[in-house]
Design a protein around this ligand. Sequence first.
Ligand code: HEM
Length: 113
Amino acid sequence: MDYLTAVRARFGKWILDLCERPYDQDWLNYQHEIAKRHHSLKKNKTDNVDAVPIIHYRYMIAFIYPITATIKPFLAKNGHSQADIEGMHNAWFKAVTLTAIFWTYPYVNAGEF
Ligand code: HEM
């Protein structure tokens, strides 16, 4: 449960960064760090836990769908127009797809870090 709580907090930071930060070198470096934390390069090390050793590549791609679909009710609850909600949802989908590309780098570039 401590592991889950710690990851949830960092997950929240990732959402805010993705929406609010400039996509600069610092942001890019942190995406690479998150990539390694899903891969066996660094999985479990941040929280010093004994969990599965790697999140497999196929799951990284599959997760784009639930992370995109589940955000919509949050975007829709503040009284924005339907057009704005669709626009925000599309921007989010693009940003999640972009980060999934960064996060799969260690899986497809073995040895190049
Ligand atoms: C598009 C796909 C995904 C997104 C957007 C996402 C998001 C995140 C974020 C933001 C973190 C925190 C990283 C940090 O700052 O330390 C994280 C860590 C983690 N995620 Fe994901 N994730 C994805 C895929 C998955 C999948 C498919 C699983 C498992 C089925 C998973 C399980 C985990 C675990 C266990 C950690 C903690 C890793 C560690 O030991 O440090 N993630 N994820």
